[in-house]
Design a protein around this ligand. Structure first.
Ligand SMILES: [Zn+2]
Length: 247
């Protein structure tokens, strides 16, 4: 996902990596050669975290994407020297980003400006169009769940109530049901066996040959991908059963 954003913005991955980790040379910590991970991304993440904590609205916010987006805003859109939020929002609007990414970048841009000016930032629902049919997407809240639903084709995705961030991509009904089923399968593992939720996802990621951050049910986009995910959870269940039998 990250590489597709870079491609849309016309940015080179190597150049970004060099900026994300500016002190790219190894340093010695307690005699061990390590890389210095003091990156702009981590710094942004910490600053955003402190700011949200200060205004008491940190609870439940998932910051992982915020640091990356803030960094790209700095590199591509010159966020720190940009004088008005309106200019910045216009540049984001004029970019080649997808509709949902434009909404995410605009939200983080608003947050960075609020931080700079020392004012309160209130998260709001993102305004974007469906990647399947281009219709408007609206937030839908019931006592049980909150989600974004497309007004045209009905594609949906869960949303994080703390910052209105979509928890993955919009899915049509078949993939949406498949995602629910995938959840049931993996939840049954860490509920029943001696394995943590994170370890279960890490093992499924290994079996699928994908990085752990991409092993996220909200990112499953086809029945084929859902089938592979379920096969991996089955394989993990068999391993855990064998382990139990040998105890
Ligand atoms: Zn749609």
């Amino acid at each position: 996902m990250f590489t597709s954003i870079l491609a849309a913005l016309g940015l080179d991955l190597q150049a970004i990596i060099a900026t994300l980790i500016p002190n790219h040379h190894p340093v010695k910590i307690k005699g061990v050669r390590m890389y210095n991970h003091k990156s702009i991304r981590i710094q942004y993440q910490k600053d955003i975290w402190k700011y949200l904590l200060g205004q008491n609205s940190f609870h439940g916010v998932d910051l992982r994407e915020f640091g990356i987006i803030a960094t790209v805003l700095k590199i591509k859109f010159n966020v720190e020297s940009n004088l008005s939020l309106m200019n910045l929002v216009q540049s984001i609007e004029d970019s080649n980003l997808s509709s949902i990414d434009k909404a995410k970048y605009t939200s983080v841009a608003g947050l960075l400006f609020a931080m700079k000016e020392g004012v309160t930032y209130k998260f709001a629902e993102l305004k974007f169009n469906c990647q399947h049919c281009n219709s408007t997407v609206n937030g839908e809240h019931t006592c049980k769940s909150s989600r974004y639903v497309c007004s045209g084709c009905g594609a949906k995705v869960g949303l994080n109530k703390a910052n209105y961030w979509p928890m993955g991509t919009l899915a049509l009904s078949d993939v949406s049901y498949a995602r629910v089923y995938c959840h049931e399968r993996i939840d049954a593992l860490w509920g029943k066996y001696e394995i943590t939720r994170n370890a279960a996802y890490a093992e499924v990621a290994r079996l699928l040959g994908i990085p752990r951050p991409l092993c996220h049910i909200g990112l499953i986009e086809s029945l084929h991908e859902a089938g592979r995910f379920i096969a991996a959870t089955d394989s993990l269940r068999l391993t855990l059963d064998e382990k139990n039998a040998n105890c």
